[in-house]
Design a protein around this ligand. Sequence first.
Ligand code: FMN
Length: 413
Amino acid sequence: MSIFRANMVNYIGKLCLAPMVRSGELPNRLMALRHGADLVWSPELVDKKLIQVTRVVNNTINTIDFVTQEPHGPKVAFRTYPKEEKGKLICQIGSSDPDLAVEAALKVIEDVDGVDLNCGCPKPFSTHSGMGAALLSTPDLLCSILTNLVEKVGKPHNKPISCKIRLLNNLEDTRDLVDKICSTGIANLTIHCRQRGMRNRQEPIWHYLAEIIPQIQSKGVSVIINGNLQSRSDLAYLQELFNNDQIGGMLAESAEANPTVFSEQPWTQDKAVEEFYTIAKEFGDIYAGSKFMMLNMIPGKSQYYRRIAQSRTFEEMGVIIKEISEDKEDKFIHKILNKDLQKQRCLTQEEFVEHMEKRKTVMEQLATKKHTVNDHEGEKRRNPDSNNSHIEKNKKGRFNDTNENASVSSVAV
Ligand SMILES: Cc1cc2nc3c(=O)[nH]c(=O)nc-3n(C[C@H](O)[C@H](O)[C@H](O)COP(=O)(O)O)c2cc1C
């Protein structure tokens, strides 16, 4: 049975910012919240690292910092701003050990509203040590980590435990796994609707959902759907399609490109980067992290993309941001950057609404399995051994070019 209690954060019908290494740091989370995100996930924090942190109250910027001692000095591993994040922050951990997971979660539990276990990252840095998507192949271990978290962290601290998985290669196996996971006492299960070998540029698989969503909810566990959702209206339509307003949605790459996309009326990129810059400076974000985010938010075709890429300090970045705010010419920066699988589009506010309207057809096809174009079955037909051998090929480096040249934000995690 789920340990859900009335005074805990609840995930029902919520629109959430996904856990994203690098792209889910404090400035992006605050922007997402200010523009309507209901809940935000931290980037994955690996248990062995989290165990080493010291909690520091930062009275200068009113944050709680979790700091590690590195050879070159102290480093903030995780920073939260309770004034705006309290009641809305889920900390995601990476672990393959029930005891280490608990030890790590206890370090942060008083300062977050829930703990999530990453069971979806297919990258070798995660899977080689049995973490992330590797846990999908060791369900007993996965469930023992969750049970330990529920009993030793969730219950004593009155905080929910959740986890994020990918789909398995067939419906039956996915259903079995979901049953096991839901019996650990977790409060929420997030499903990234892609299989382990799939990349973010592939259309998610939705035709399992009609069975899986009620299966999860019937155990008293809420469900959040992730995979190429792009806006609040996408979540509304997903709920309509499945006739279920309790389904939550999670945005990753669309919110990485424009964190204001949680709002009914997202901002254009010029305004979004200006706000991001102000928040990043105020909260002492590291420059490399802010630059990474800016390069996700500035359209590649804008003249400002190269300028930001060449900048080296917040001061230099500030000069460019000021120019952006005064610009009348650039054709791309005054539009909304929308990412739909591998395609990047710059849309006016009206075009954005039209694009979301058109997506309803795609979503309908996904839900009813009529899709054939960019789907996983199609991928298998073109490349019959695409699933597991994709990972093998990655290991041998045959897809290295694709991976390394992929845009920073098309990491399949
Ligand atoms: C830059 C980046 C970092 C990510 N880091 C994590 C992570 O730390 N934990 C996790 O569970 N998923 C991570 N993901 C995966 C996303 O949470 C999400 O499952 C995936 O991008 C699919 O959602 P989307 O189609 O909306 O982008 C990451 C994705 C990106 C693009």
